[in-house]
Design a protein around this ligand. Structure first.
Ligand code: ZN
Length: 210
């Protein structure tokens, strides 16, 4: 089972992706985290781009995704979160899956989240100052120490309001068309993501199992 989760920044993709991955025993691939891991250990132009809220080139992002997918048995399936963010990325994924003789089962689109809710949701997200691990609002340890390496957590560097505005613009311009792209293949379903985590998860399971 191959499931893709797309939607605007702060729409709860990662939270739902983890819940779905746990329920079905599938690997979770969070592409935003992979990109942040990559730029954390890299002082290149990419770091500036991501921190100011811009998207990286399609081939760079797909390279990161492919390296991860190659570690898994794609036949068994996986949950891909925060990818594709452009039509170009969607096409690269389709080609890759075609080469592996498999295809997407379901694309979940996290819809109906208003900009103010997004701003509220991303407030309180943290990242480790040492290893780059990220923590959603609910998962931040109370002592602000990283669960992986024990170092101090700091607010996530691409979560400033200026960066968020830029990410929303990038999202509307480049990522919304991805929804239309998948509509043509009839494999995408929109979920009202303004509901509670439990309600959104219940809806996601219904869609996956129908
Ligand atoms: Zn750490």
């Amino acid at each position: 089972m191959i499931i893709v989760l797309i939607g605007p920044p702060g729409s709860g993709k990662s939270t739902q992706g983890h819940l779905i991955a746990n329920k079905y025993g599938l690997p979770f691939i969070g592409v935003g985290d992979l990109v942040r891991d990559m730029i954390h250990s890299d002082n290149s132009e990419y770091k500036k781009k991501v921190n100011s809220g811009n998207l990286l080139p399609d081939d760079v992002v797909f390279g990161i995704v492919k390296a991860k997918l190659d570690q898994y048995d794609t036949d068994k399936g996986f949950i891909l979160e925060g990818y594709p963010r452009t039509i170009g990325q969607a096409k690269l994924l389709d080609e890759y899956l075609l080469g592996k003789h498999c295809s997407l089962n379901c694309v979940l689109y996290m819809d109906n989240v208003v900009d103010q809710d997004i701003a509220d949701r991303i407030k309180g997200r943290y990242q480790c100052s040492n290893c780059g691990s990220t923590y959603s609002k609910e998962k931040v340890p109370s002592n602000l120490m990283c669960a992986r390496c024990g170092k101090l957590l700091v607010p996530r560097c691409d979560d400033t309001i200026t960066s968020l505005k830029c990410r929303m613009q990038e999202y509307k311009k480049k990522s919304l068309p991805v929804y239309d792209y998948y509509t043509e293949n009839k494999c995408v379903t929109a979920i009202n993501a303004s509901k509670s985590i439990e309600e959104v998860f219940e809806k996601a399971v219904q869609i996956i199992e129908r």
